[in-house]
Ligand binder design. Sequence first.
Ligand code: ZN
Length: 133
Amino acid sequence: MIEIPADILEKVILHSQSGFPLEACGILGGTGNAVASHYPMTNTDASNEHFMMDPKEQFAVVKALRASGEEMQVIYHSHPESPARPSQEDIRLALTPNVHHLIVSLQDRENPVAKAFRINAGVVETVEIIITV
Ligand SMILES: [Zn+2]
C-alpha cells in the first residue's frame, strides 16, 4: 500500500502527459508509506519505450530528500503507448531496493491509468494506491 496525495498524483499525470509521446519519469519522496513530495526528472533517453534519469539530477533529489528527512518512496515513469504494467526492461532495471514503481499509462490518453508495483529480483507485485487529500 502506498498513500499518494491527490494533488501530487495529478502533477505526476500532468508531467507524463506533457512528456508525451516520450516517456516521462520522476521521483516521489515521503516517509513511511506516505508520499509527500514530487520531483519531475529529465528522461535523458528521450525515448517512447524507456527512460533513464540524469544521474546529476538524481543525486540532487537524493540530497534534497535527505535534507527534508524524507526517503525515495516511488520511482515513476509513463508508458505512452502501452498498459500500466512493468515491461521486461522495467523488471530487469528495477535495482533500487525498497522503492515502489509507479507507471502511468497514456494508452488511452483521455483516461490515464496509474498503477504501483514492487519489483524484487524479477518478481512483480501489485501495490494498492490510496489517494489522500
Ligand atoms: Zn516502463
